[in-house]
Design a protein around this ligand. Structure first.
Ligand code: FE
Length: 196
């Protein structure tokens, strides 16, 4: 069996993202230039190995695709089963979201004067090839869902840290905060494809 996946796309993305960060850009530059790089990566859907596309019947999956050895960024494949959604959550670092397959919706939340979280602005609906961004500066709290009721959706996320290890929070609409460390899902070894 030979893999038809163009895995060079991901390695080239990782290399270019590392070069961008070598230049010590501002967050605004990371989101703009890094967003362009991510846009190029998700413009084609021929590179993500099957092991990182597998949904779970109950939970959305977060497969680590790359962790920068210097800890400056991580690249994660988010795989949403039909109708799956996150709780309201934050990131604490900048994040870029690139839609690869299917469709997802990101709804921003803002805290009102009595501490409750309310939907803030219109939801961002992402189609394949489209990019969204989060950060404590531009808006860090959102809820994301697969808008497709009968299909898997996949988005590629890049964060300014090894996001699976970051101490962050999920929130209930009444304002209750729960500490949260996402970790990563484990890609099933049996599904790994040969590399070429
Ligand atoms: Fe998020």
């Amino acid at each position: 069996m030979t893999s038809t996946h163009n895995t060079a796309r991901l390695s080239s993305f990782v290399q270019q993202f590392g070069s961008l960060l070598d230049r010590h850009p501002t967050e605004l530059e990371i989101l703009a230039q890094g967003g362009n790089l991510l846009g190029q990566l998700v413009a084609q859907d021929d590179w993500l190995p099957n092991a990182y596309t597998q949904p779970h019947p109950q939970y959305y999956q977060q497969y680590l695709l790359h962790a920068d050895p210097l800890g400056r960024f991580s690249v994660v494949s988010f795989v949403w089963g039909p109708g799956q959604a996150t709780p309201i959550h934050d990131h604490t670092v900048w994040g870029l979201i690139g839609m690869l397959r299917g469709a997802e919706e990101s709804q921003a939340f803002a805290r009102n004067s009595d501490g409750r979280w309310l939907a803030h602005g219109e939801p961002h609906l992402l189609a394949p090839g489209e990019i969204d961004a989060v950060s404590p500066r531009i808006g860090d709290v959102h809820r994301v869902r697969n808008t497709l009721a009968d299909q898997v959706s996949i988005s590629i996320h890049v964060y300014g840290a090894d996001i699976g290890k970051v101490q962050r929070s999920v929130y209930l609409e009444d304002g209750t905060r729960k500490p949260f460390v996402s970790g990563y899902s484990h890609a099933a070894a049996l599904l790994l494809e040969p590399t070429n």
